[in-house]
Design a protein around this ligand. Structure first.
Ligand SMILES: *[C@@H]1O[C@H](CO)[C@@H](O)[C@H](O)[C@H]1NC(C)=O
Length: 199
């Protein structure tokens, strides 16, 4: 950064045309103070610009991670009920920047250490005996549950969480025991996530 600052100064000084230099020489010493004030102002602006460049440059090298998917690649179907916790594998991927979500396994794998935000929604038609529920899992640990029970009518539940993940940590959504989830072309049952910031 020191090298480029010197280089920018060199450019700045070089930008003063020969005729201007001559003018300064002619009017020396009265106007030299005005010229110095101008240069000081330019230098302050230059420093501010470089700070901005440094900041945006850092943003640009951040990993970009964001995905969004719904359950079914096509058609309409109910998953469950099951006495075991079924991992939901979201097949209709609409965004997968950074390829951290795998639609073969349903797993999101953190590519960098950082804070990530996830949202998931489950939906189903109330059948008078089953809830619609799914929990977010980090590695093997249950984090939060989205859950709803209604005897009749359409039900839907959503949840979100911010999680600090290490590189290689795995996050996925697992159905609650004996519950059901439904999806069709309206894409009710979804899973999304993105990197908020690296740490
Ligand atoms: C997704 O997971 C499957 C099964 O583990 C693996 O074969 C495949 O290479 C993975 N895809 C990507 C893009 O990592």
């Amino acid at each position: 950064m020191k090298i480029s600052l010197s280089f920018m100064l060199f450019l700045l000084l070089g930008a003063v045309s020969p005729s201007e230099s001559t003018d300064y020489q002619k009017s020396f010493p009265q106007d030299i103070y005005a010229a110095l004030r101008e240069m000081t102002a330019s230098l302050v602006q230059l420093k501010a610009d470089m700070r901005f460049l440094q900041t945006t440059g850092t943003v640009m090298i951040f990993r970009q991670v964001a995905f969004s998917a719904s359950l079914l690649a096509g058609g309409e179907s109910v998953v469950g009920p099951s006495s075991s916790k079924i991992t939901l594998i979201y097949k209709h991927v609409i965004t997968n920047i950074g390829n951290a979500y795998n639609s073969t396994t349903g797993m999101f794998t953190a590519p960098v250490r950082g804070v990530y935000h996830f949202e998931w929604t489950v939906a189903a038609n109330g059948d008078n005996s089953h809830a619609s529920g799914a929990g977010l899992v980090k590695n093997s640990e249950h984090v939060f549950l989205a859950y709803e029970y209604q005897a009749t009518g359409f039900m839907s539940s959503s949840k979100a969480v911010a999680l600090l993940l290490e590189v290689g940590d795995v996050v996925f959504v697992r159905m609650f025991v004996n519950s059901v989830v439904f999806d069709n072309g309206n894409h009710h049952t979804t899973f999304s996530g993105h990197l908020l910031f690296p740490m």
